[in-house]
Structure formats: C-alpha cells, structure tokens
Design a protein around this ligand. Structure first.
Ligand SMILES: *Cc1c(COP(=O)(O)O)cnc(C)c1O
Length: 234
C-alpha cells in the first residue's frame, strides 16, 4: 500500500472511532458509567487518537506481553490503564504499578502474588474478582457460590484492595438472552456490596460491544467495549 492510501485509511478509521465512542459515551455518561475501551490488537496510534481527540480516559489490555510492547508508546499521562485478561501469577511483576485496576483476580495464588509485588513497591493495587456467572467450563473466574468466601479470604492480603466484581459471561446470539445473566450478576454484586466487602464505591465491570447498553441498564459501573469502538479485530 502506498503512503498516501495508508494515511487515508488511517483517517477513515479515526473518524469512525470518534463516532463510535460518541455513541457509547451518550449511553454511559448520563449514568456516570466509566467507558473502558478494550484495546487488544489496536495499534498505539489509534489508541492515542482516541485518548487525545475523543476524550477516552480508560483503556484495558488483556495480554501482558502486548501491554508491555505498547506501554512506552501510549499517552499514559492522560489515561488510566487497566488489565482485563487472564493473569498468570508469574507475570504479575510486570504489571503491578503500571495498571490502575486488575479486573481478573481468580485465585488465591494470584492474590498472594499481587500482594507481594505491591508491598515490595509500597503501593496498594485495586482488583476485581472475576466471577464465572454462566458457570462455563471454558472460562475463568470464581463460581457465583464460592465468590463471597473467596473475596473474604483474598481480602486478608495486604497491598490489594478488592473493589468489586468483573464478569465476561456467555456469548448470546439474541441480545435479550443476556438479561438473566446481568440480573444474576447485579444481585450477587448488591449482596456482596451490602456486606461491605468492597468498601466505598463498589465497582461492577460488565458489558462488552454487543451488550454494553443493556449492562448499563443493569447497573454496570464500568463497561468494556472493544470492537464497537475500533471495528472487528483481524
Ligand atoms: C476483548 C475483551 C473485551 C471487548 O470485547 P468486544 O467484543 O470487542 O467488545 C471486553 N472484555 C474483555 C475481558 C476482553 O478480553
């Protein structure tokens, strides 16, 4: 591809990113919901455009390797960086201190490692407990039934603060089919919050490209759209 056509392609991508984000903000902002863009596979140039020109304030990566590759090229002074993917305990050391919130706490071993690495840096790391709300064998996360006990145990580690829960949930062809999952997640979240497990301002991270508006209806405080902003991943 010639340089000119690359530039044209890039400006075309950018204008649709702005349009897409404006639409998502129009759902989220009136309700005070945080829009965290899932930026896996998206080049830093496009992410930085969304930050500087479209008002994007939160981004999330789901692979440690990719996060580290992009890290120095992102305009991080103006954005909060989240970690949203499955996290191996041996990779924790690379991201503690770099991310504002880890959405995917799913084992005591991981809690222990985040604790250790945070204490070494004299910081407290905010985390969410990932709950496997659909009880899907292929997905990570703590079962709905075990969540309360898990959160109580993990909360005993110093250097981490459990702020709420994150769910990915099953993929449904029909949007209406997400409702029962969101409803169950919201009632679990309310129940755990009311017991004071998450401190002040509990966080419910729920909703992706095909259902973020529905998730907002069910009380999500953070939504995580990716392809609805940047287009389908190749
Ligand atoms: C990729 C990803 C998203 C965004 O998915 P889309 O379908 O592109 O909106 C949200 N959350 C997590 C954990 C992801 O890995």
């Amino acid at each position: 591809m010639t340089e000119k056509s690359l530039t044209e392609l890039s400006s075309c991508v950018k204008s649709s990113v702005k349009e897409n984000l404006d639409k998502i903000f129009s759902h989220a902002k009136p309700k005070g919901v945080t829009v965290m863009a899932a930026t896996k596979t998206v080049p830093p140039e496009i992410i930085n455009y969304a930050i500087t020109e479209c008002g994007l304030k939160n981004i999330g990566e789901n692979r440690v390797q990719e996060l580290l590759e992009k890290y120095d090229r992102l305009f991080l002074d103006e954005v909060n960086l989240h970690f949203i993917g499955t996290l191996q305990p041996n990779k924790v050391k690379y991201i503690v201190g770099k991310v504002c919130l880890i959405h995917s706490l799913d084992s005591i071993k991981l809690a222990s490692e985040i604790s250790k690495r945070s204490l070494a840096k004299e910081i407290v790391t905010d985390v969410l407990c990932e709950v496997n709300i659909g009880n899907e064998a292929a997905k990570g996360g703590i079962s709905e039934e075990a969540a309360e006990e898990f959160i109580k145990t993990a909360s005993e580690f110093e250097g981490i603060r459990i702020r709420g829960i994150m769910v990915i949930g099953p993929h449904c062809e029909n949007k209406e089919d997400y409702r029962p999952f969101f409803e169950r997640t919201k009632s679990l979240f309310d129940n755990l919050s009311s017991k004071g497990l998450f401190g002040e301002k509990p966080i419910l991270s729920m909703g992706m490209s095909d259902n973020y508006d529905l998730a907002i209806e069910y009380g999500a405080t953070i939504v995580r759209p990716g392809s609805a902003i940047f287009g389908n991943r190749v």
